[in-house]
Design a protein around this ligand. Sequence first.
Ligand SMILES: Cc1cc2nc3c(=O)[nH]c(=O)nc-3n(C[C@H](O)[C@H](O)[C@H](O)COP(=O)(O)O)c2cc1C
Length: 380
Amino acid sequence: MAEEEESKKGEMEKRAIPLLTPHRLGNFNLSHRIVLAPLTRMRSYNFVAQSHAVLFYSQRTTKGGFLIGEASGISDTAQGYPNTPGIWTREQVAAWKPIVNAVHEKGGIFFCQLWHAGRVSDYSYQPDGQPPISSTDKPLTAEINGSSAADYPPPRRLNTHEISQVVNDFRIAAKNAMEAGFDGVEIHGANGYLLDQFLKDQVNDRTDEYGGSLENRCRFPLEVVKAVADEIGADRVGLRLSPFADYNDCGDSNPEALGLHMAESLNKYGILYCHMIEPRMITQFEKSETKLSLLPMRKAFKGSFIVAGGYNRDGGNEAIASGSADLVAFGRLFLANPDLPRRFEINAELNKYDRSTFYTFDPVVGYTDYPFLKLDTKTN
Ligand SMILES: Cc1cc2nc3c(=O)[nH]c(=O)nc-3n(C[C@H](O)[C@H](O)[C@H](O)COP(=O)(O)O)c2cc1C
């Protein structure tokens, strides 16, 4: 009896924490609202996901938890960094299967993030040493992640008739992700990569139907959304956007209009969720004060709304309690705390993340060696 009371009490305490309340994400019953944000870790040698990722993802899996996989290249022109995974070859698809299985075995829901880097790439990542593709032929001008923009060569502007081929690459990659066992896909339309290079007016300088007006700039990303939704079902598709950010030298003169137009347009396709990065995240990792907000987009979009960027336990709880989001994705905190939901539940201290190992190639160090809470049998 005492045990029953204890467990009831535990349940009530849990309910009082907004991040730990359930959410129905389309057909998926999530047991809580703490999402693993997509995290590139550069440990997928030769663009193939590796067996050590089984441990990384399963450590971060809870029953009914939602995980978004790291950005995965959709084609042989999509890569721009060493050792990021792909999802365009049979070998890559097969390599993902045991990782997805491990997440499913623990009751997690796992989406694959589909990615094309566009001009954030160089000749060495491209077939036959060709220039990377983009909406534009302008190279990056800002300094990116400590490397100078000179490391990024001028891209080749896609011809109008080639765009449908890239749309098709996204479609096939989505099909591959389903074959690998993923529950759905998140299309990466954020952070200055290919889709964002079409969305943002400070990069997109096209004069065809894919450039100029807001509608035209959104055309290619929306074609990708439609193609992917037609292929695997809209109820398995999310889209990530960062209208306010200008990472990778990819800013827009009117991010509010851009974000709102996309949120409204997405309703036509009935996709599962829209995942937006907070305006305060001007650079990838630094927060800044701003009055700008994602609320207009949250209100306009009819599916589930995920927010990310600079959240901690309190901020996440506030976002859920106030209704400004359905789910909150955590990047760095989840990277460093494999048992983040449990730590939030009992308000435990958090491990600090080590930035120096974010993008190193070691299969263990800075990857799967962040400790779980001690003496907590529930988490291990
Ligand atoms: C190591 C690392 C890798 C990342 N890789 C990706 C990625 O593959 N795809 C993506 O959309 N965002 C990526 N991001 C951005 C995160 O998903 C998230 O938006 C960002 O870290 C801000 O959230 P946070 O303050 O909770 O860390 C990455 C961030 C970090 C720290």
